[in-house]
Design a protein around this ligand. Sequence first.
Ligand code: SF4
Length: 434
Amino acid sequence: MSAGRDSAVGEQAPAEAAKAAKTGERAKKATTRKKSAATATTGTSAAKQVAAKKAAAEPAVAKKTAAKKATAKKAAASKPAAGETAAKKAGVKKATAEQTAAEKTAATKTAAKKTAAGKTAAKKAPAKKAAAEKATAGKSAATKTAAKKTAPAKKAAKATKPAASTQPAAKQPAPKSPAKPESRAAMVRRARRMNRELAEVYPYAHPELDFRNSFELLVATVLSAQTTDLRVNQTTPALFAAYPTPEDMAAAEPERLEELIRPTGFFRAKAKSLLGLSTALRDRFDGEVPGRLEDLVTLPGVGRKTANVVLGNAFGVPGITVDTHFGRLVRRFRWTEQQDPEKVEAEIAEIFPKSEWTMLSHRVVFHGRRVCHSRKPACGACPIAHDCPSYGEGELDPEKAKKLLKYEMGGQPGQRLRPPADYPGQPAPPLAGR
Ligand code: SF4
């Protein structure tokens, strides 16, 4: 049975195979047709694409051409445009030039206006200046008031200042140079203050000539011209031993007298003066020295300076002694500008009370001999520098200035061989060989 069935299956298979083959062929054909169709379609699409591309390219080319044409046109158009630009530029330049010119004109006008304004301002200036001056005056007044307010404090500070020692301070403040000229009242106040300060510095101030009576003082003062008091003090002991009175000296042999006073210099002229004044004292004043200025100045070799020294120190009559030191210092102190000794004396006498005249003379002369020297004042070691308008004329370095100090200030002997009891220095040595 199975073989039958198998043989039937066997028979049916070639039919199915043929069928399948037919189907396959149809399928193949169909595929081929499809492919052809596809190919045709593809070809059509390609053609279409090409056509499309072509079609697309053509407008692009056309566009390009058009663009080229447009560019050409533009270029052609731009040429006249460039011309126009140049024209425009030229126009702009012209316009700029015109503008600049206009600006210049405007600037000139502005400057002119400013000048006019300046002139107007200048006209207004005096008014403003006056207002400013008023304001400054107001300020100055305020400053002065403030200064007055601070003055008591300054006074208090001064009151606590320790008494000045005989040695000058190591450092001195630089005095302020007055901005405006010092008034007469301010100068007088300053001068009197300086005198008080000198009195503290030199409480022992005294005549530096040794003498025992008015005659000796008169003779010593005549001899002191053009020499130092020390040289006179070293000379007079032998002189007064030989001629103790006016009568003795009036009777002296000129050569002997000259020999005794030779160390003081100008000994012939001085011997003549001594013989003349001794004779006058003997003959006109009973051998006594007169106590009046007008009598003293009548004696040979006696001027106002010598007369004032004798009156002030032998008679207790106040007098101002204007010698070389005194004249130099009071001019440095700006107490006077006078050069003539008599005018100096008159002006100083106006500043100080009579009771101060003699001691003021000693203090000033002491300061001139010890500190305020003619050629090199020791400003850096000066105890009254803060009130001296001439501070700075001399040595300012404190150490160097200290070395310039003389006599007891510089640690050296004084000028007197027989100094007063309160004299702080050492007595001067006698003349060598006497
Ligand atoms: S000039 Fe100099 S040394 Fe003379 S008093 Fe004036 S500050 Fe002093």
